[in-house]
Design a protein around this ligand. Sequence first.
Ligand SMILES: [Zn+2]
Length: 1075
Amino acid sequence: MSQPGYVATPPYSQSQPGMGGFSTGLGPPTSSPHYGHYGGPNSLYSAPQSGMLKSTVPFGSSAPVGSPPPGIHLYNQTNLQNGPGTPGHQQHRFQGPSPGSSVPPSYPPYSHQSQPPYANTASPSSTAQLANQLGTMQINSYGPGASPSSRMPSGPPASFQGPPLPPTQPQMAIPPGAQIPPTPANNLNGICTPPSLPPLAMQDGIPGSGPPNANLQQLPGQPPGPGYHPQHVNYGPQMAGSQLSYPGAFPGGPGQLAGPQQKKLDPDSIPSPIQVIENDKASRGGQTYATNIRGQVPPLVTTDCVVQDQGLGSYYCQSLSKKTSTFRAETFVTSKENPSCTDEFTQGNASPRYIRCTTYCFPASSDMAKQARIPLAAIVTPFAIVPPNETPLYVVNHGETGPIRCNRCKAYMCPFMQFIEGGRKYQCGFCSCVNDVPPFFFQHLDHVGRRVDHYERPELSLGSYEFVATLDYCRNNKPPNPPAYIFMIDVSYSNIKSGLVKLICDELKTLLDKLPREEQEEASPIRVGFVTYNKVLHFFNVKSNLAQPQMMVVSDVGEVFVPLLDGFLVNFQESRSVISNLLDQIPEMFADTNESETVFAPVILAGMEALKAAECAGKLFIFHSSLPTAEAPGKLKNRDDKKLVNTDKEKTLFQPQVNFYETLARDCVANGCCVNLFLFPNQYVDIASMGLVTMYTGGTLYKYNNFQVHSDSPQFLSDLRKDIEKRTGFDAIMRVRTSTGFRATDFFGGIYMNNTTDVEMAAIDCNKAVTVEFKHDDKLNEDTGALIQCAVLYTTISGQRRLRIHNIGLNCSSQLADVYKSCETDALINFFAKSAFKAILTQPLKTVREILMNQTAHMLACYRKNCASPSAVSQLILPDAMKVLPVYMNCLLKSCVLVGRPEIPTDERAYHRQLIMSMDVANTQLFFYPQLLPIHNMDVKSDAFPTSVRCSEERLSEGGVFFLANGLNMFLWLGVSAPPEVIQGIFNVPSFAHISTEATQLPELDNPYSKKLRSIMKYSQSQKPYSMKLIIVKQREQPEMLFRQFLVEDKSIYGGASYVDFLCCVHREICQLLN
Ligand SMILES: [Zn+2]
């Protein structure tokens, strides 16, 4: 759609001529700034018009809502702006790199199309080049102390065999080749090539034995999908064999795999994700994490802590008691360390709940970045939920003046602006432009050059806050109406027959009382409307003064229109009785239907037109079951073709079948229409096509295969309730600004992009994240760091236009060790997953997998070469912050999206792909590495949860009971010898044999086992975007196969490598690069 080009650019690969442009000296921005007026605000800042509000739920009085005049204007790009560039000067609004943007116009705009095909990076020549580049790198030995971990003790060195590590060495090291010989590569997700050189060369680590790039050069010649032959070997840890030498060559047949196996590698001696998670919990859990230090690495997503966004840092604010009392005093809790009050300690940064980065220290130059190949990215969750014990965002209202912005780059006032000349001017931290301080905003500076009102204004001291936007930020300069929700129910035969329609209607009667509302309001301002459909559409008039609802049928689905304006979108409270009446009637009205064909795209179109006619943004809730085969725009046919799997055409399975949906998605975004889709398929429904509009409009896709009312209702209803109650920003547009030297080049998520800079979202809710990739333009300044400002313009549920600002400052360094030390593996995996899942639209999956593997090896080889202390080449050394990168990367490579296997339904792959594209870091972490908890031995007297164990069959036991959850699926696994008292406690049955695996919920029993297990399940369900249906699995019974797919450290039934094997493969690649 807007980004037809490939996506998963291996950052800084050699083969990107597009990067060349980056190195041309940028110098000071060359644009001649066009200064916008700010409406000539001469009035002094005065409390009544510009006080700060707290933005929990009470957003103050809603904006005036007049009845919209007739005549609907179709919004175009120039109306959709992230704030007024210059009122009256449309050309300054966000239109790519314009004079009003942060990108100087002399610079060629970033374009996906300008880049070479993705496949090039895996071509023999470029791969060899990369290897050569690494090979010629200067070994910059920092010695053991050069990359100290500031975060946690090193891994489990005690369990290592071989030469002990130097005590201060923070890296993870695996001893020489005897323990990790090269693995026969063709069983590893198809990403490693069959070794053709004598493996012994690897084992003693002698450089130069054999052509160093022989393997890599073979890549293109491989038959497609060699990695997915049936595996005849056991799961990883059980692999036997103590042979240290390999036969001279690996013919590559599956039968060979079991043969030359290495000496068993103790799984406890390789980096454990659980260990890393637990170490972080132990060192940082339960503490307060203050965001006031630039470039500090936050606690892991799996660690609970209290985040404090504070610009104050370390000393008491002297002017706390002045004017603005709404700025709550609790935020001024001080920390005792750091008595310094330099700027470094006075800047707030956005909470890691809002922004997480792949590294908190950017390489100072693009050469360094190319060398390390660590993706530079931020994962932004602008509407993330903050727990009640953290301060909600403050709202700043400058009245008619609107937010203060840099004249040149349009960045919003923030802690990165430096006040000079006695406070009369400020220098922008992003573009260095010196701006006048508007008179109403003037304030004197104190003895250290800080404004005396520094701590009274969120926009001067905090990482995150909101501005009330002025009319300039609204479509057509008119305040928006509150949004509307339209419920659109497929009433074709199967849905009526299954009882689904009745279930939905019954639920809506009570659910609509829970529509989101502002905290101090009694009722929700959100209006609701109802449509049913099969081959035709039925609109309902539910105006409050009607005795009975009225139905209007639109049978011309080729040119769908909205047959009524008045009475379609209504206030639920006012029309309660008519709506209730309607919801009672719908199941009866269609009870005798024989219609099994449906339309789909016209339904979305009708919903969008209705919102457009009502001049409001909103959400559609569509409940649909089948492939839309009825004659209409967007009609689909079953085009699922397993023969395409593992071919170059596999990508077409992830692309929409017809272009209509892309156009529809664009129109929906342009009109603020977000599409939530609840699918109940019994067979292939072409999710790649049907889910497209949902994905691009920031909506959520829910899927319930073979839906049964009796067993699947709880999951569906829970999803529906959560979605309706969700905090959402509507009609949103996001803009990411950066300080000079780097910029945002790519975006991933449930977003739409008409140009290269504006991230448009019909809506964005608390669970949706946008991943932003950055690249260098120039050298970065180590003193000032790398600054990022993410601004989201949106409409609140009451129809107020707001700007939500998140700022974060990162460090910059010319030392690679600093960069590696500041990495966050969970964020890296989020980036890699999204970039790979975007890339598969245009690239063969095999290529995408190869690039992921290649980049993993490069990142680790570069560390090894430049940061690690000297050691035998055959020793695997991992940076502390990336200890678990290989295991997580392997999980990504084995995910059903990237594994090409005909057994995996195409819809399932397309579904997972879509979900992950908008996931935040916490959810991708859990998705790729599920949580596995032992239940049988938990301490039922304590509130503490059991400690997770690694996702491997080895960790299970016949006498055990284990709970596994990954955010989408939830299992209770029961060993054949599970203790009877535990079984009795959980199921109220006497023995293993009596347990029914039919149940999807546990009985509510009044005993400690039942209570504790249910509280664990409830907790793991809380704050998750999707409800998980419980599957009970008995050891050695058929459903266990499904469960085993989630034991991600083991070799998968679909041919994915075990963790041990993958680590060996990575090691081998690294050795190749180092040689
Ligand atoms: Zn600026």
